[in-house]
Design a protein around this ligand. Structure first.
Ligand code: X8Z
Ligand code: ZN
Length: 623
C-alpha cells in the first residue's frame, strides 16, 4: 500500500495566471460577505444604482468569460509544450487577462456594496479581489509581470540536474529521493534539484514588488491580505482559523515526527540522523518532505500485522495503464451518480509525459470553456501515488462540471480548499474492501482488523506530515508578500519556518545564493498553498459526514462511499453550488456544521495516536 508523493498540481485558468486548481473565476475574495448577505438593503431605495450594478456585472462576466477561454487555450498550449513561442503567447494572454481583471476591479469601486442586494454585493467582492497576482494599471506593468510569471513557470517546468553524467528531470530525481536509502545520494540529489531555483530569485522579488503595487491599487494593504480575504471573513479572522485548526492536529504531528525520527535513527545511525532534534529533510522520501509514505518501509511497525498487499504492485500486476487508472477514477464518480466524462476529455487530456517536448509535469486539472471541455494534464506513472493523484485531479474536473451552470463569477469552489478536497475526499474511500470490489485485490488480501495501525500509519505519513508543510509554504509567502521578509532573507526565513513548523533541517548548510522555496512548484507557479492545508482538514470532515449519511457505524478509515447514490446526490448538491453562497452555507448542507474542524481527522487517526504515544514513551519528543 505504498503511496508515493504527489508531484503535481491543478491550473486555474482564471481571469489571471495559471494557478493550481480552481478554474474559471480564480480565487474569490468575499471579505465581510457574511455581513453583506444578512443585511441586504431594500432594493427600492437604490433602484438606479442597483440596476447599473447589475448591468455592469453582466458586462464584466461576459468579458471575463470570453477572455478566460482565450487565455486558457494559451496556457494549455504552453504547459503541454514549453517553447519560446508558447511562453510568449501565454505571457501575452496573461497580460491581457490581468489588465482586464484589474480594470474591471477598479471600475467596480464606484459601486457601494452596502446598498446592493446580497447576490450583486457578493459578485462585486469576488471581482475586486480575485486576482492572484495583480498588476497596477501603470503602463507596461501587466506585461512585465506576465513575462516574469511565465518565465518562472517555464524555468521550473524545464528544470534539470545532471547526476552521474545524466541530465535528470524532476520525476527522475524524485524517484531517487523516494527509493534510495543511501544518505550521500539523497543529499546530492536533494541539493541538485535546488540548483534550478537561484536564477529565479531576482525575478521573484521583482514580481512581489509589482504585484504588491497591484494589490494596493485595488485597496488592499498588501498581497498577503488579498490572498487571505477569499474566505468570507476578514483576513485576520482567517489567520486565526488556520491557527485554531493547526492547534487541533499539531499533537498528532509531533508524535509522528518523534516516531519517524527514531526509526530513521535506527536505520541510518546517529551521524546521519540523531535521535533528538530536527529531522534531515532529504531522508523523508519526498523532494520537499511534504508527504512521507515512500519511507513506509523504514518506519513500518515491527510489532503489528502488516497490510497484505502493496497498491503499486497490485496496479502493476493487474496490468493497469495510466488510462485505466483514470477510467477507474472516473468510475468511482459515476458510481456516485455523476455523468461520465465527455469524449473530449479523453481526446484532449495529457495523461502521460510526451517524449518529444518539454511540458509542465506538475499534475493539473483544466476547464477550457466553462462548459464541457475539461481535461487533466499529468505525467502519470502506474503507482499508488498517481492512482490517488488521478482521483485528486478528477475531483477538480467533476466540480467544474457540477457548477458549470452558475454565473461566471460563481464558477469556482465554495473556497479554494473545497476545490482541493473533492478528489481527496473520494480517495479516502479507496479502502481494501473497495479495492476488492473493483478486482484490484482478492478477498484473502483484505488486511485483517489488526493491520489497521499499519494502514493508518501509511496514510498519516502523507496526510498528517503534510499539514505543517502547507503552513510553511504560505507562512513564508505571506511574510514575503507583506514585506516582512526582504529578498536577502528569503532562504533563511524559509528554513526558519521549516524548522519551526515541521522540525526539519537541510542535509548541510545552504549556499548563500540558495532560493529553496523556488524549487517547489507552487512558488514559481504562484499557486496559493493554504488551500491544501484547508483541504486536508475538510476532506476528513466530508468523509465523516458522508459515512454518517451512509449509515456507517465502524471506524472511519474502513468506510467507503463507493456506489452510494444517496451520498452522491448530496455531494453533487454541494458541488453544484460552486461559489454562489458563503462557504459555511455550503459546508453546512453537506456536513451539518458551519465551521472547518480538525476533530474528524483526529478521530480518523485515533488508534494510531494511541500506538504512537506508546511507542514514543521513552523518546524525548520535539526538536
Ligand atoms: O499540487 C497539488 C495537486 C494539484 S492541485 C496535485 N497538490 C499539492 C502538491 O503537490 O504540492 C496536491 C497535494 C499538495
Ligand atoms: Zn488540486
Amino acid at each position: 500500500m505504498k503511496r508515493l508523493t504527489l508531484t503535481s498540481s491543478v491550473i486555474a485558468l482564471s481571469l489571471v495566471l495559471a494557478s493550481c486548481a480552481a478554474p474559471e473565476s480564480s480565487e474569490a475574495t468575499k471579505t465581510d460577505l457574511a455581513e453583506t448577505t444578512t443585511e441586504a438593503p431594500a432594493e427600492t431605495d437604490h433602484a438606479a444604482e442597483i440596476a447599473e450594478a447589475r448591468a455592469f456585472l453582466e458586462m464584466a462576466e461576459a468579458k471575463l468569460a470570453a477572455q478566460s477561454k482565450i487565455a486558457a487555450q494559451a496556457y494549455w498550449n504552453q504547459a503541454t509544450n514549453i517553447t519560446e513561442e508558447t511562453n510568449a503567447a501565454a505571457a501575452e494572454a496573461g497580460a491581457v487577462s490581468t489588465k482586464l481583471a484589474v480594470s474591471l476591479a477598479n471600475e467596480s469601486k464606484k459601486f457601494d456594496v452596502d446598498v446592493l442586494p446580497a447576490d450583486l454585493a457578493r459578485k462585486m467582492n469576488i471581482l475586486r479581489s480575485s486576482i492572484t497576482i495583480p498588476a497596477p494599471s501603470t503602463p507596461g506593468a501587466a506585461e512585465e509581470l506576465s513575462k516574469i510569471t511565465t518565465n518562472l513557470d517555464a524555468t521550473y517546468g524545464t528544470g534539470k540536474f545532471t547526476y552521474k553524467g545524466e541530465a535528470l528531470n524532476l520525476d527522475q530525481l524524485s524517484t531517487i529521493i523516494e527509493t534510495s536509502r543511501d544518505p550521500e545520494e539523497l543529499k546530492a540529489v536533494w541539493e541538485g534539484w535546488r540548483t534550478i531555483s537561484p536564477p529565479m530569485k531576482d525575478d521573484y522579488a521583482r514580481m512581489v514588488e509589482i504585484a504588491n503595487e497591484g494589490a494596493e491599487e485595488l485597496g488592499f494593504p498588501s498581497l498577503d491580505q488579498m490572498w487571505l480575504s477569499g474566505y468570507d471573513m476578514p483576513p485576520e479572522d482567517m489567520e486565526a482559523e488556520v491557527e485554531r485548526l493547526w492547534t487541533q492536529v499539531e499533537p498528532l504531528y509531533k508524535e509522528l515526527h518523534c516516531y519517524t525520527r527514531a526509526k530513521l535513527n535506527e536505520k541510518y545511525g546517529d551521524d546521519v540522523q540523531p535521535r533528538t532534534g530536527p529531522i534531515r529533510a532529504d531522508l523523508l522520501g519526498n523532494m520537499w518532505a511534504q508527504q512521507w509514505s515512500s519511507i513506509y518501509d523504514i518506519v513500518k511497525p515491527a510489532d503489528v500485522v502488516a497490510p497484505s498487499y502493496d497498491l503499486t504492485e497490485q496496479l502493476q500486476e493487474k496490468g493497469y495503464t495510466p488510462i485505466k487508472m483514470v477510467e477507474t477514477g472516473e468510475a468511482f464518480f459515476t458510481s456516485l451518480g455523476f455523468d461520465p466524462l465527455p469524449k473530449t476529455f479523453w481526446e484532449r487530456s495529457m495523461i502521460v509525459r510526451p517524449a518529444d517536448r518539454e511540458v509542465v509535469c506538475h499534475a493539473s486539472a483544466w476547464d477550457l470553456d466553462d462548459e464541457d471541455d475539461v481535461r487533466i494534464k499529468m505525467c502519470t506513472e502506474v503507482n499508488a501515488e498517481d492512482f490517488y493523484t488521478v482521483h485528486h485531479e478528477l475531483g477538480h474536473n467533476f466540480y467544474q462540471r457540477a457548477y458549470k451552470d452558475q454565473d461566471y463569477l460563481y464558477k469556482n469552489g465554495a473556497h479554494d480548499g473545497f476545490h482541493e478536497a473533492i478528489g481527496d475526499f473520494v480517495g479516502l474511500s479507496i479502502t481494501p474492501i473497495y479495492l476488492q470490489q473493483i478486482g484490484l485485490i482478492t478477498e484473502d488480501q483484505i488486511p485483517p482488523a489488526d493491520a489497521d495501525t499499519a494502514l493508518l500509519l501509511n496514510t498519516a505519513l502523507d496526510k498528517i506530515a503534510f499539514l505543517p508543510f502547507a503552513l510553511t509554504v504560505d507562512g513564508w509567502r505571506w511574510d514575503v508578500l507583506s514585506g516582512k521578509t526582504a529578498p536577502e532573507a528569503y532562504n533563511q526565513a524559509w528554513w526558519d519556518l521549516r524548522l519551526k513548523n515541521q522540525g526539519l533541517v537541510p542535509p548541510a548548510p545552504r549556499p548563500a545564493d540558495a532560493f529553496d522555496p523556488g524549487a517547489k512548484y507552487h512558488v514559481p507557479g504562484n499557486t496559493p498553498y493554504l488551500r491544501y492545508f484547508l483541504s486536508y482538514i475538510l476532506q476528513f470532515q466530508f468523509h465523516k459526514a458522508a459515512c454518517e449519511q451512509a449509515g456507517w457505524e465502524g471506524p472511519l478509515h474502513r468506510c467507503s462511499i463507493y456506489d452510494n447514490k444517496e451520498v452522491g446526490e448530496r455531494f453533487n448538491a454541494m458541488l453544484e453550488a460552486g461559489a454562489s453562497e458563503p462557504w459555511p452555507d455550503t459546508l453546512e448542507k453537506f456536513t451539518g456544521t458551519r465551521q472547518m474542524d480538525g476533530s474528524a481527522i483526529i478521530e480518523y487517526f485515533d488508534p494510531l495516536m494511541l500506538y504512537l504515544k506508546d511507542q514514543n514513551a521513552d523518546e524525548s519528543c520535539g526538536w
